[in-house]
Design a protein around this ligand. Structure first.
Ligand code: HQG
Length: 185
């Protein structure tokens, strides 16, 4: 694929995550309770804003660097695998967390996090990763990155529930301060 096309698909992918996680009404569609959008309606809706077709949608889903989207088995519906602000149930698997998980954030949030712990803010869950590299990348989206160690196993023992999305993101509702430790600045 030509570079220009890839760039344009990346741009549309961002638009797609905005629609499928936060604002489906932007293109006049709705998500069902499990976060699914009708593929035909989605394509028609996006076509009102830019050139778009099923081939491009399939390319985005297939090549997305974080595997953000899934088609239903019959490919008539599509949803984001995680990251929603809308209250949908994407049928996340409840899983035993590893002893340590990581959360990357920006320096500007540290004072507040150290006071109140990690909160989901604009999303349904706090997003965690199993490795520090991913956490650093996520943190960089918010400026100077800071990474926290999250004591997953201890939280689980204390009754907190962890999920993992089909694209491998660890999720939990909140992380109180006592399960957090800063590991780099
Ligand atoms: C911070 C991307 C102040 C939190 C990534 C984060 C991820 C607090 C920010 C996914 C706080 C919310 C999610 C508190 C948490 N006080 N700030 N008490 N508790 N925060 O973007 O985790 O590319 O909603 O640390 O890869 O950065 O979109 O969450 O910095 O997986 O697929 O509030 O988004 O994936 O920011 O990123 P976000 P996030 P995609």
């Amino acid at each position: 694929m030509k570079r220009g096309n890839r760039g344009s698909l990346d741009h549309i992918s961002k638009f797609l995550s905005m629609i499928l996680r936060h604002h489906p009404e932007t293109i006049g569609i709705q998500l069902d309770e499990h976060g699914w959008a009708d593929v035909e309606a989605l394509i028609k809706g996006i076509q009102k804003t830019r050139p778009f077709d099923r081939y491009m949608l399939e390319e985005i889903v297939r090549t997305d660097n974080k595997q953000r989207y899934s088609f239903s088995e019959d490919k008539t519906r599509i949803r984001a695998n995680q990251g929603h602000s809308l209250s949908v149930d994407v049928e996340l698997s409840v899983v035993e967390p590893p002893e340590i998980l990581y959360h990357g954030t920006g320096e500007k949030f540290v004072e507040s996090i150290d006071r109140t712990g990690l909160l989901p803010k604009g999303r349904l869950y706090v997003h965690l990763s199993a490795d520090t590299d991913t956490a650093v990348q996520v943190g960089k989206r918010h400026g100077q990155p800071v990474v926290y160690r999250v004591f997953g196993k201890r939280m689980r023992e204390d009754g907190f529930v962890f999920y993992r999305s089909v694209n491998g993101v660890w999720l939990t509702k909140e992380v109180p301060v006592k399960y957090l430790e800063k590991i780099c600045k």
